[in-house]
Design a protein around this ligand. Structure first.
Ligand code: SAM
Length: 239
């Protein structure tokens, strides 16, 4: 399933049968001088969907408004597409919660340039205070550099490795954050694909479900899958 969105150029060309239609609409948009084009989502470039951003907004607002104790952390930040949204929600709510982000900044996907600088630039250009950046491999930074208490965790550590490798990283992340999550805290898991909920969708990161399902065995928490259009995610709330 492809996911299209309206954007400003430069834009990618659409594949398959839709290509002529998209080309036609884009021609119309150009003729009308709108400055917008239809572009296909690219999972090497676009790290979340509009639907997921709406989910993040409501989930983070929920823990802030209900006074769940602790800070916000993101494990796997890249250039900060999700983190900037978290920063915006925190700032707009007037909360004193601190945002911490963790990444080795060693996976470039299609990005050319300094990833950490781009992350800082994204916050600055959005008028947001910089998050606390914890640079390094999770196996070195976690759990030692985590705050004592957490109210919201986003784990998004896809790096192109195989499912078993991804599962190991996910398990290390979950084992690190879980004991520090306050009662009522939320943990959102990017790429968690539950076919029972989502139907048949491409499973780009099977290691996430493998790790989470194993981790939550014999724990009171259960996973809730969320609609995210062509990208998937899910969350659990600490009992
Ligand atoms: C899909 S990207 C994160 C996208 C990000 N959440 C966003 O909104 O832009 C995954 C990130 O996880 C990081 N990562 C994966 N495994 C890691 C590890 N073991 N230690 C540190 N960072 C890791 C990669 O460097 C990469 O930047």
């Amino acid at each position: 399933m492809n996911n299209y969105f309206i954007t400003k150029p430069p834009y990618a060309s659409a594949p398959g049968k839709l290509a002529p239609l998209i080309k036609f609409i884009n021609k119309g948009l150009r003729y009308l001088d709108t400055g917008y084009q239809i572009q296909e989502l690219d999972n090497q470039v676009d790290m979340n969907t509009v639907e997921q951003r709406i989910n993040y907004y409501h989930l983070l607002t929920n823990v802030i408004n209900t006074g769940v104790e602790g800070d916000v952390v993101e494990l796997g930040t890249f250039t900060g597409q999700c983190a900037a949204l978290f920063g915006k929600v925190i700032t707009d709510s007037g909360s004193k919660v601190q945002l911490h982000v963790y990444d080795s900044f060693g996976v470039s996907f299609k990005f050319k340039g300094d990833i950490e600088n781009k992350l800082k630039e994204n916050f600055t250009s959005a008028g947001l205070p910089l998050p606390l950046i914890h640079k390094g491999n999770f196996f070195d930074t976690l759990p030692i550099e985590l705050p004592e208490k957490l109210c919201f965790v986003h784990i998004d550590c896809g790096f192109g490795g195989n499912a078993e490798e991804h599962k190991e990283v996910m398990l290390h992340c979950l084992n690190s954050v879980y004991p520090r999550m306050s009662p009522g805290a939320l943990c959102v898991l990017m790429d968690y694909n539950d076919p029972a909920e989502n139907g048949i969708m491409p499973n780009i990161a099977p290691g996430v479900k493998m790790a989470c399902d194993e981790f939550l065995t014999n724990k009171p928490e259960t996973i809730t899958a969320l609609y995210g259009n062509s990208y998937l995610h899910a969350y659990f709330r600490k009992v």
